[in-house]
Design a protein around this ligand. Sequence first.
Ligand SMILES: Nc1ncnc2c1ncn2[C@@H]1O[C@H](COP(=O)(O)OP(=O)(O)OP(=O)(O)O)[C@@H](O)[C@H]1O
Length: 672
Amino acid sequence: MRRVYRPETLFVVGSAPTLERSVRSRFAVSIGFMSRGALSGPMSHADESAFDRYRADVTRPLARLFREYGTSRARWLTIGLLANLVAQAASLFPPVVLGTAINALFQSGDGAYTLPFVPAAWVPATPQGQFWFSVALIAGSFVVTGVFTWVYGISANLFAHEVMHAVRTDSFTKLMRLDMTFFDDKQTGEVMAILNNDAGNLEMFLDNALMNSLRLLIMVGGIAFVLFALNWQLALVTLVAVPVIVAFTWWFMRVVAPRYRARQSAVAGFNTRIENGIGGIELVKTTNSEGYERKRVRDASRNLFETTMSVLRLSYFYRPGMELLAGLSFTATFLVGGYWLFTGTAPGPLTGTLEVGTFVTFILMTQRFVAPLAEVSNIVDQFQNARASAERVFGLSDIPVNIESDEDAVVLEDPEGVVSYDGVSFAYRDVFGEVASEPILRDVSFDAEPGETVAVVGETGAGKSTLLKLLLRLYEPTEGTVRVDGYDVEDLTLSSLRDAVGYVSQDTHLFDGTIAENVRYGRFEADDETVRRAARAAEAHGFITDLPNGYETRVGERGVKLSGGQRQRVSLARAVLRDPPVLVLDEATSAVDTETERAIQRSLDRLSEDRTTLVVAHRLSTVVDADEILVLDDGDVIEQGSHDELVDGGGAYAALWRAQTGEETDWGGDDD
Ligand SMILES: Nc1ncnc2c1ncn2[C@@H]1O[C@H](COP(=O)(O)OP(=O)(O)OP(=O)(O)O)[C@@H](O)[C@H]1O
């Protein structure tokens, strides 16, 4: 039986992003300018399988992200963009004011006081007035930069986080709707990665890269504009480094990319090792394999160390390289401008004059464009990560849901619980709806009326659990019809169908929480007395009241603090509490001792008096009273009848019965 929930995976799902985040943030701190997205851990590799088909069809994912999620929140984005624009533009103003003040006031005091974007009428006439005006402008620019940076930060964050909130909840809603085949096919970890990692990448992009690219544009464009306006010849000298800086960044990104990929798989390998070691801790301990696991984790960690260092070595080279190029630009500006001022004549092919104030503005501005340019690698990186993540998010949202209530589906009201299987055949399908297995069931037919119990027996893998799941429409038959109260289950609303059926699966699942909460699951409004009644009916009340905190005892992750039999009884109580007309029990008593089983049996007999009950059992003693027993063999019903009829028939059932009551049989090994 393949399980939907994989506890080991769940563990890592919970911890990996945290682990990865801490690795990532430390790493990001150490190399300063690397983006978080670039270091996305194992997930980028793991989800290469089932989403591929839909993911590949997603076109322009970031545009779609804006279309589907951004437009309704565009006001925050617009405010953020405008505020960013104003803040960055204002931050360019002080060097320009300083240059003008030097030219007009500090040198000889006879230069004209003119500033871009400032009407001449505003400029005071006296030098003293112009000085105070300059002070006010510089201070004002810093205040404007501060205030608008604050506005920009808040609006950009609101936009990014509101979008992410919507993406996360929509993705989860979609996940809840998806067919079981999706979950059968998909690792829980991969699915969780969409909600954790991909949402994180998108958030980083919306929050950071988008605004930084604007900042970059304004900074480099604004600086170039100001410098060219002041002195285009010196501007050429200063900005000749920009194409070199861009080329250097491009080279860096190309060289570092494979090293990033190697590091990503090292993170994946490391997480997998931890997952294995801790997920299988019981096996590790009982086989004395701690040393073996330690070595595997040490090797994986060493690999992570080496790949990280290989990225860092290159990164340590990049940042100083950028500084050096900026330094060269600064030196060239200082050399040419300084010489120009010093000698009073334009050097080489240059012509015209240069004023001290303009020179100071140049020097200050040259310092400013390195930081935004150094962001280019981050921005491109975050952009690429966000693109891939948006593809995955939309890949998920595009997966079709096959099992859903039709628009004209019938609501099953006051169900009686008449169940009938009519010529049902079944094969598992893959997530794309294509048949992916040999037939698991062939032409199964039976009827069960309220008050009747139908038992399904057969060797392991014969298709018993699958048969029951078709009733809840977790899967759909490839042929034939499953009916409840005469309705094809495919014509009923899923919620009314599933409300009518209480299901205790083979893999009982408890959520972390109290016993009472677990019993109440699915009928959340049930009062304490109802919970107790259900527990009594499931023979669980006794052991629950023996626990230190009774119904308030926390059961631990997946119910690990309870025994297998106790978990089964809590699940049974949960099914009983819902008081459904149909009870489906898939080996609901396999993990309890004979005495408890008898007690449960007695209570089940009471419970099933006026209900329809379908049971899968390995222990035939639990099904002797069933109205009808189906013997499944590799998907075929090979015998069908009451216990007495089947024993008298002398076939497979009779042989199994003999084995379980002490005589020989082929099925002996299957008995629990
Ligand atoms: N989700 C699934 N996807 C594909 N094949 C599956 C899936 N679940 C079960 N199977 C296959 O279907 C067959 C029937 O499985 P099923 O769980 O119905 O058997 P079973 O009779 O209940 O077995 P057991 O007594 O061991 O629980 C098996 O061969 C199994 O490998």
